[in-house]
Design a protein around this ligand. Structure first.
Ligand SMILES: Cc1cc2nc3c(=O)[nH]c(=O)nc-3n(C[C@H](O)[C@H](O)[C@H](O)COP(=O)(O)OP(=O)(O)OC[C@H]3O[C@@H](n4cnc5c(N)ncnc54)[C@H](O)[C@@H]3O)c2cc1C
Length: 551
C-alpha cells in the first residue's frame, strides 16, 4: 500500500459503506481509503459469469426499488451515465398454482399508474379486495402519504430510542382515518391471521405471505401483518439494473475514484486501532497499519464488536445486546439459477399474456391455500425437506435485458425456502443442492412444460451454505445480516446505542451496513445516513441543506 495515512478509512466496500466513502471523499473533502477483503468492490451489488459461459447472473441483490438511490441521483448527476440504469417489467408480481388454473397478476406502477389494472385482476376474486387495494394504493402515493414518510425516515438518522419514528407517527394517524384498511388490533396479528381478515381472495393472501421470508419472518410470527401492511403498493416499483447489479458498484467506484478516493481489494481488516478511546485507524490481517482520523465500518455488528473492536472498549450492556442479536432465522432462501435454451412457455399466458416474459417475478404454489406456506415452514423447522417446495420468486431478467445472455438464450432464477447453514454438513449440502434443482425443475414443468432438462444448458444452486462461505459478514447465510424483527428494526437496529451510526463510546468510529436502520435491501440508505452522522459531527458539507431537500 503506497500511502498509510488518510483522513478516513472505510472497512469493506459494501452496498452501504461504498456510499459513505463516496460522500466522505466527494462532499466531505476527506482523503478516503476503502479496504475490502474480497477481490472486488460492491459487496452485495455483485454478479458473476454463469451458470454457463456467456451468461451473467446476479449472485446477491438483483431487485432494485425506484427509490434505492434517490440522493445519489441528485448529488452525482453522472451516476446513471456511468452504468446505474434501471429497467422494469410491465407486470410486478404474479402467482400461479400447480393444482389449478388460478393465477393472479399485479402491475408495475409505471405501467399501471392509477392501479386500475391491478384492481381489475383482484376483482376477479373479490370486488372488495379491489377496493381495499385502491384505498391502500392511494394512501401510499398521495402527497405526505406512506411513501413520502417512508423515504423521509429511510434517508434520515433514526429517532431517539424513546421517541416514535416518523412511520410510527404516520401509522398512528392513519389508523384513525375513516378510509384506513388496518386497525391497531390487526397490526399486532401474524401475517397469516391478518391477511385472512383483510383479503377475501386466496391468491392475494398467498402472494403477500410470500413476502415474509424475505424479511426473515414466518407466517405465524407476531407483527407479520404490520410487516406486510403496505407490501402490495410497495411491490409495484421493483426494477432490475441493466447488465446486472454490479453496474451500480462500477458507477459508484468510478465516481469515488474520479473524486480522488483510493481503494484496495484483497485487504482484510483484522482490528480497529483504538487509542485513548478514539479510533485511529485499522490493522490488516497481514499486520499493515493504516492510520486515519475517522474509521467507518461496513461489516456486520457482530464482527465489528467481537473481532474488530475486541475486549474492553464497549459497555458490557451493549456487548450483551450485540451477542443476543437474532441472526440465524430458522429458514434460509435457496436459489437455483438456470441457463436455458428457450424461454419457458408459461401455461398461465393463455389467460394473461403478461406471464410470458412480462412479469418481474412469478411465485408458484402447489394449491390455492395459504396453509401451504405454514405447512412447508413447519416441515423445515422439523429439519425435513418439503417434497414439493413452493417457488417463492422466479425471475427472468433476460426477458427484458438481452445483455445478460448469448443471443436468444435466457437465465431463469428460482428461489425456495431452504435450510439454515447448520442443518447439514458439507457433503449433505451437495446432495441438498442437487435435490433442490431436481425438485424445482419438476415444479417448473407443471407451469411451463418446456422446462425439461433438455432445455437446461447448465445450472448453479445458491443456498445459505454458499453464502456463509462467500461472505465474511453473513456467517449464517442471513442475507439481511441480522433478522428484520421489530426489536431489530429502525431506531433499534442493530442496538439502540449504535443505531445512529456512532459506535459509542469510541470517538470517530462509525458503523453502517444492512445491520443498521430502515429499510432492508441493497439501497444506499444506511450509507447515506452514516455520512449524515459524520457530517454533523465533523462540520462537513451537507448536500441535503445546500440543495434544500427534505432528506
Ligand atoms: C443472495 C442474496 C440476495 C439478495 N437479494 C436482494 C435483492 O434482490 N434486493 C435487495 O434489495 N437486497 C437483496 N439482498 C440483501 C442486500 O443485498 C443485503 O442485505 C445488503 O446489500 C447488505 O449490505 P451490507 O453493506 O451490509 O453488506 P455487503 O454489501 O455484503 O458489504 C459488506 C462488505 O464488507 C466486506 N467485509 C466484511 N468483512 C470485512 C473485513 N474484515 N475487512 C474488509 N472487508 C470486509 C465484505 O466482503 C463486503 O464486500 C440479497 C442478499 C443476498 C446475500
Amino acid at each position: 500500500m503506497a500511502d498509510n495515512e488518510y483522513d478516513a478509512v472505510v472497512i469493506g466496500a459494501g452496498t452501504k459503506s461504498l456510499v459513505t466513502a463516496l460522500y466522505l471523499q466527494a462532499y466531505g473533502g476527506l482523503k478516503t481509503c476503502i479496504l475490502e477483503t474480497r477481490h472486488e468492490l460492491g459487496g452485495c451489488w455483485h454478479w458473476q459469469d454463469g451458470p454457463a459461459p456467456g451468461f451473467s447472473l446476479d449472485v446477491h441483490a438483483t431487485v432494485m426499488w425506484d427509490w434505492y438511490f434517490l440522493p445519489i441521483h441528485y448529488d452525482f448527476p453522472n451516476f446513471e451515465e456511468y452504468g446505474a440504469r434501471f429497467l422494469y417489467h410491465p407486470g410486478a408480481q404474479g402467482i400461479i398454482f400447480r393444482s389449478s388454473d388460478d393465477y393472479l397478476a399485479t402491475y408495475h406502477r409505471k405501467y399501471d399508474p392509477t392501479g386500475e389494472l391491478t384492481a381489475k385482476e383482484l376483482a376477479r376474486f373479490s370486488e372488495k379486495d379491489a377496493e381495499t387495494f385502491l384505498k391502500i394504493e392511494k394512501t401510499y402515493v398521495e402527497p405526505g402519504g406512506r411513501k413520502d414518510v417512508f423515504l423521509q425516515q429511510a434517508y434520515s438518522l433514526p429517532a431517539e430510542p424513546d421517541q416514535p419514528e416518523l412511520m410510527d407517527i404516520w401509522m398512528m394517524n392513519y389508523l384513525k382515518r375513516p378510509d384506513a384498511v388496518y386497525d391497531e388490533r390487526l397490526m399486532r396479528m401474524s401475517g397469516l391471521q391478518g391477511l385472512r381478515e383483510i383479503w377475501e381472495g386466496v391468491p392475494i393472501r398467498c402472494l403477500l405471505l410470500t413476502t415474509l421470508p424475505f424479511l426473515h419472518m414466518g407466517p405465524d410470527d407476531a407483527f407479520g401483518t404490520a410487516a406486510l401492511s403496505f407490501a402490495l403498493p410497495f411491490s409495484r416499483e421493483m426494477n432490475f439494473v441493466v447488465g446486472g447489479t454490479h453496474m451500480i458498484a462500477h458507477s459508484m467506484i468510478r465516481l469515488f475514484v474520479e473524486n480522488g478516493g483510493k481503494f484496495y481489494s484483497k485487504n482484510e481488516v483484522d482490528k480497529i486501532i483504538i487509542e485513548n478511546g478514539e479510533a485511529r485507524g485499522v490493522r490488516l490481517v497481514d499486520g499493515t497499519e493504516v492510520r486515519a482520523k475517522i474509521v467507518v465500518s461496513g461489516v456486520d455488528p457482530y464482527q465489528l464488536c467481537f473481532r474488530l473492536i475486541g475486549d474492553g472498549h464497549v459497555d458490557m450492556k451493549v456487548v450483551k445486546k450485540i451477542d443476543n442479536l437474532e441472526r440465524t432465522w430458522q429458514a434460509g432462501i435457496s436459489g437455483v439459477m438456470l441457463a436455458i435454451q428457450e424461454f419457458p412457455n408459461f401455461k398461465a399466458s393463455k389467460y394473461n399474456p403478461i406471464f410470458q416474459g412480462g412479469m418481474h417475478g412469478i411465485i408458484v404454489w402447489n394449491r390455492p391455500d395459504e396453509m401451504e406456506c405454514y405447512e412447508e415452514f413447519a416441515e423445515l423447522m422439523r429439519g425435513k425437506e418439503h417434497e414439493n417446495p413452493q417457488i417463492i420468486d422466479m425471475m427472468h431478467q433476460t426477458a427484458i435485458d438481452p445483455t445478460r445472455a448469448p443471443q436468444g438464450k435466457h437465465i431463469i432464477s428460482a428461489g425456495a425456502l431452504g435450510h439454515v447453514v447448520s442443518a447439514h454438513n458439507e457433503r449433505e449440502w451437495i446432495n441438498y443442492r442437487r435435490g433442490l434443482a431436481e425438485k424445482l425443475l419438476k415444479v417448473f414443468q407443471d407451469v411451463a412444460p418446456n422446462m425439461t432438462w433438455d432445455n437446461v444448458i447448465d445450472y448453479v444452486v445458491f443456498s445459505a451454505w454458499e453464502l456463509s462461505k462467500l461472505k465474511v459478514n453473513m456467517p449464517f447465510g442471513n442475507e439481511n445480516i441480522i433478522d428484520w424483527i421489530p426489536s431489530q428494526s429502525g431506531k433499534f437496529r442493530p442496538v439502540p446505542e449504535w443505531a445512529a451510526h456512532r459506535i459509542k463510546p469510541i470517538k470517530n468510529l462509525y458503523g453502517t451496513g444492512a445491520g443498521w436502520g430502515t429499510p432492508p435491501g441493497a439501497s444506499c440508505c444506511q450509507g447515506y445516513t452514516c455520512y449524515k452522522a459524520i457530517a454533523i459531527d465533523h462540520g462537513l458539507r451537507k448536500p441535503w441543506e445546500e440543495k434544500n431537500r427534505p432528506w
